[in-house]
Ligand binder design. Structure first.
Ligand SMILES: [Zn+2]
Length: 214
Protein backbone atom coordinates (compact mmCIF):
# COMPACT_ATOMS: atom_id res chain seq x y z
CA UNK A 1 0.00 0.00 0.00
CA UNK A 2 1.15 3.53 -0.71
CA UNK A 3 2.64 5.07 2.45
CA UNK A 4 0.71 8.35 2.33
CA UNK A 5 -2.53 6.43 1.94
CA UNK A 6 -1.61 4.29 4.90
CA UNK A 7 -1.23 7.38 7.08
CA UNK A 8 -4.63 8.69 6.01
CA UNK A 9 -6.29 5.35 6.39
CA UNK A 10 -4.43 3.37 9.01
CA UNK A 11 -5.07 -0.34 8.78
CA UNK A 12 -7.27 -1.67 11.49
CA UNK A 13 -6.91 -4.90 13.36
CA UNK A 14 -9.55 -7.30 11.98
CA UNK A 15 -10.17 -8.66 15.46
CA UNK A 16 -10.54 -5.57 17.69
CA UNK A 17 -10.93 -2.87 14.99
CA UNK A 18 -8.31 -0.62 16.59
CA UNK A 19 -6.19 1.33 14.11
CA UNK A 20 -2.78 -0.25 13.75
CA UNK A 21 -0.56 1.81 11.43
CA UNK A 22 1.60 -0.34 9.23
CA UNK A 23 -0.43 -3.47 9.69
CA UNK A 24 -0.80 -5.14 6.32
CA UNK A 25 -2.21 -8.46 7.29
CA UNK A 26 -2.62 -10.23 10.57
CA UNK A 27 -3.73 -8.75 13.84
CA UNK A 28 -2.50 -6.31 16.49
CA UNK A 29 -0.15 -7.44 19.23
CA UNK A 30 -2.67 -7.46 22.12
CA UNK A 31 -4.98 -9.63 20.00
CA UNK A 32 -2.24 -12.12 19.17
CA UNK A 33 -1.86 -12.60 22.91
CA UNK A 34 -5.54 -13.17 23.64
CA UNK A 35 -6.90 -14.84 20.50
CA UNK A 36 -6.16 -18.54 20.49
CA UNK A 37 -7.20 -20.86 17.66
CA UNK A 38 -9.01 -24.10 18.43
CA UNK A 39 -6.66 -27.01 18.16
CA UNK A 40 -9.07 -29.92 18.23
CA UNK A 41 -11.45 -30.91 15.43
CA UNK A 42 -15.13 -30.16 16.07
CA UNK A 43 -16.99 -33.01 17.78
CA UNK A 44 -19.42 -33.62 14.93
CA UNK A 45 -22.73 -35.26 15.80
CA UNK A 46 -24.04 -35.59 12.25
CA UNK A 47 -23.88 -39.02 10.62
CA UNK A 48 -23.40 -37.34 7.24
CA UNK A 49 -20.29 -35.39 8.13
CA UNK A 50 -16.92 -37.11 8.31
CA UNK A 51 -14.80 -34.37 9.77
CA UNK A 52 -15.15 -30.78 10.95
CA UNK A 53 -12.77 -27.97 11.76
CA UNK A 54 -13.25 -24.52 13.24
CA UNK A 55 -10.72 -21.76 13.72
CA UNK A 56 -11.75 -19.80 16.83
CA UNK A 57 -14.17 -20.06 19.70
CA UNK A 58 -17.08 -17.83 18.73
CA UNK A 59 -16.87 -15.48 21.72
CA UNK A 60 -13.27 -14.60 20.91
CA UNK A 61 -14.08 -13.43 17.38
CA UNK A 62 -17.78 -12.49 17.62
CA UNK A 63 -17.39 -8.74 17.06
CA UNK A 64 -15.04 -9.27 14.15
CA UNK A 65 -17.47 -11.70 12.52
CA UNK A 66 -20.29 -9.22 13.02
CA UNK A 67 -18.39 -6.52 11.14
CA UNK A 68 -17.45 -9.05 8.47
CA UNK A 69 -21.04 -10.10 7.98
CA UNK A 70 -23.04 -6.93 8.52
CA UNK A 71 -20.69 -3.98 8.16
CA UNK A 72 -19.10 -4.67 4.81
CA UNK A 73 -15.67 -5.77 6.07
CA UNK A 74 -15.21 -8.25 3.27
CA UNK A 75 -11.44 -7.95 3.57
CA UNK A 76 -11.57 -9.97 6.80
CA UNK A 77 -12.19 -13.00 4.62
CA UNK A 78 -8.56 -13.06 3.51
CA UNK A 79 -7.39 -12.84 7.13
CA UNK A 80 -9.67 -15.67 8.27
CA UNK A 81 -8.56 -17.84 5.35
CA UNK A 82 -4.91 -17.13 6.06
CA UNK A 83 -5.36 -18.17 9.69
CA UNK A 84 -7.33 -21.29 8.72
CA UNK A 85 -4.42 -22.29 6.48
CA UNK A 86 -1.93 -21.65 9.30
CA UNK A 87 -3.91 -23.70 11.78
CA UNK A 88 -5.56 -26.38 9.67
CA UNK A 89 -3.84 -26.23 6.28
CA UNK A 90 -2.01 -29.50 6.73
CA UNK A 91 -5.20 -31.33 7.67
CA UNK A 92 -7.14 -29.80 4.80
CA UNK A 93 -4.42 -30.81 2.35
CA UNK A 94 -4.57 -34.37 3.67
CA UNK A 95 -8.36 -34.46 3.37
CA UNK A 96 -7.98 -33.20 -0.22
CA UNK A 97 -11.63 -32.34 -0.93
CA UNK A 98 -12.57 -32.19 -4.63
CA UNK A 99 -14.28 -28.86 -4.06
CA UNK A 100 -15.24 -26.27 -1.47
CA UNK A 101 -18.90 -25.42 -1.13
CA UNK A 102 -19.72 -22.18 0.68
CA UNK A 103 -22.97 -22.35 2.66
CA UNK A 104 -25.33 -20.32 0.49
CA UNK A 105 -27.42 -17.37 1.64
CA UNK A 106 -30.83 -16.62 0.18
CA UNK A 107 -30.75 -14.24 -2.79
CA UNK A 108 -32.81 -11.61 -0.95
CA UNK A 109 -30.22 -11.52 1.84
CA UNK A 110 -27.43 -11.64 -0.73
CA UNK A 111 -28.84 -8.56 -2.46
CA UNK A 112 -29.14 -6.72 0.82
CA UNK A 113 -25.66 -7.62 2.04
CA UNK A 114 -23.90 -7.57 -1.30
CA UNK A 115 -21.87 -10.70 -0.67
CA UNK A 116 -22.04 -14.12 0.87
CA UNK A 117 -19.61 -14.10 3.79
CA UNK A 118 -19.09 -17.87 3.54
CA UNK A 119 -18.16 -17.50 -0.11
CA UNK A 120 -15.66 -14.75 0.61
CA UNK A 121 -13.83 -17.09 3.02
CA UNK A 122 -14.11 -20.03 0.63
CA UNK A 123 -12.67 -18.07 -2.31
CA UNK A 124 -9.63 -16.97 -0.30
CA UNK A 125 -9.16 -20.44 1.14
CA UNK A 126 -9.60 -22.06 -2.26
CA UNK A 127 -6.88 -19.84 -3.73
CA UNK A 128 -4.50 -20.63 -0.88
CA UNK A 129 -5.03 -24.40 -1.06
CA UNK A 130 -5.69 -24.72 -4.82
CA UNK A 131 -9.11 -26.26 -4.28
CA UNK A 132 -11.91 -25.19 -6.63
CA UNK A 133 -14.87 -23.32 -5.10
CA UNK A 134 -18.28 -24.51 -6.29
CA UNK A 135 -20.97 -21.99 -5.41
CA UNK A 136 -23.19 -23.31 -8.20
CA UNK A 137 -24.21 -26.61 -6.62
CA UNK A 138 -26.71 -25.59 -3.99
CA UNK A 139 -29.12 -22.72 -3.40
CA UNK A 140 -30.88 -21.44 -0.36
CA UNK A 141 -34.46 -21.55 -1.59
CA UNK A 142 -36.14 -20.29 1.53
CA UNK A 143 -35.02 -17.32 3.56
CA UNK A 144 -34.59 -18.64 7.06
CA UNK A 145 -35.04 -16.75 10.29
CA UNK A 146 -31.75 -15.97 11.99
CA UNK A 147 -30.79 -19.17 13.78
CA UNK A 148 -29.81 -17.35 16.94
CA UNK A 149 -33.42 -16.38 17.64
CA UNK A 150 -34.59 -19.97 17.56
CA UNK A 151 -34.39 -22.91 19.91
CA UNK A 152 -32.88 -26.22 18.84
CA UNK A 153 -36.15 -27.72 17.61
CA UNK A 154 -37.04 -24.60 15.64
CA UNK A 155 -33.58 -24.50 14.11
CA UNK A 156 -33.95 -27.99 12.70
CA UNK A 157 -37.37 -27.19 11.24
CA UNK A 158 -36.13 -23.85 10.00
CA UNK A 159 -33.54 -25.62 7.87
CA UNK A 160 -35.67 -28.41 6.51
CA UNK A 161 -36.02 -27.75 2.79
CA UNK A 162 -34.14 -24.47 3.10
CA UNK A 163 -31.55 -25.75 0.63
CA UNK A 164 -31.89 -27.26 -2.81
CA UNK A 165 -29.25 -28.78 -5.07
CA UNK A 166 -29.07 -27.31 -8.54
CA UNK A 167 -28.38 -30.63 -10.24
CA UNK A 168 -29.29 -34.23 -9.55
CA UNK A 169 -25.87 -35.63 -10.16
CA UNK A 170 -23.09 -34.12 -8.12
CA UNK A 171 -19.97 -35.65 -9.61
CA UNK A 172 -17.76 -35.16 -6.61
CA UNK A 173 -16.25 -37.71 -4.26
CA UNK A 174 -15.61 -35.30 -1.45
CA UNK A 175 -16.52 -31.76 -0.50
CA UNK A 176 -15.53 -29.20 2.11
CA UNK A 177 -18.43 -27.07 3.31
CA UNK A 178 -17.36 -23.57 4.34
CA UNK A 179 -19.22 -21.21 6.67
CA UNK A 180 -18.53 -18.40 9.10
CA UNK A 181 -20.05 -19.95 12.22
CA UNK A 182 -20.80 -23.46 13.41
CA UNK A 183 -23.47 -23.36 16.07
CA UNK A 184 -25.68 -26.43 16.48
CA UNK A 185 -24.46 -28.00 13.28
CA UNK A 186 -27.99 -28.06 11.89
CA UNK A 187 -27.00 -26.06 8.80
CA UNK A 188 -24.07 -28.32 7.99
CA UNK A 189 -26.19 -31.38 8.68
CA UNK A 190 -28.96 -30.24 6.33
CA UNK A 191 -26.45 -29.58 3.55
CA UNK A 192 -24.49 -32.76 4.14
CA UNK A 193 -27.68 -34.81 3.96
CA UNK A 194 -28.45 -33.36 0.51
CA UNK A 195 -24.96 -34.04 -0.85
CA UNK A 196 -24.78 -37.49 0.71
CA UNK A 197 -28.04 -38.42 -0.99
CA UNK A 198 -26.37 -37.52 -4.30
CA UNK A 199 -23.48 -39.86 -3.69
CA UNK A 200 -20.83 -37.56 -2.27
CA UNK A 201 -18.77 -39.98 -0.22
CA UNK A 202 -16.81 -37.77 2.13
CA UNK A 203 -18.11 -34.54 3.58
CA UNK A 204 -16.04 -32.17 5.69
CA UNK A 205 -16.52 -28.65 6.92
CA UNK A 206 -14.48 -25.74 8.10
CA UNK A 207 -15.78 -22.60 9.81
CA UNK A 208 -14.19 -19.43 11.13
CA UNK A 209 -15.83 -19.87 14.53
CA UNK A 210 -17.52 -22.47 16.64
CA UNK A 211 -20.13 -21.53 19.18
CA UNK A 212 -20.17 -23.73 22.22
CA UNK A 213 -23.76 -24.01 23.38
CA UNK A 214 -23.03 -25.56 26.73
ZN1 LIG B 1 -6.55 -6.26 17.72
Amino acid sequence: MNKSIRILFPSRCPVCDRPVPGLDEGICLPCTETLHPLKEPVAVKSAHIDFGLALYPYRAIAESLYRFKYEGRQEYGAFYAQEIVKQHGQTLRLLRPDAMVPVPVHRVRLQKRGYNQAQVVAEALGRALSIPVRDDLVNRVRPTAPQKELNLFERRNNLKSAFKLTENDVKLESILLVDDIYTTGATMDALALLFRAQGVKRIFFVTVAMESLS
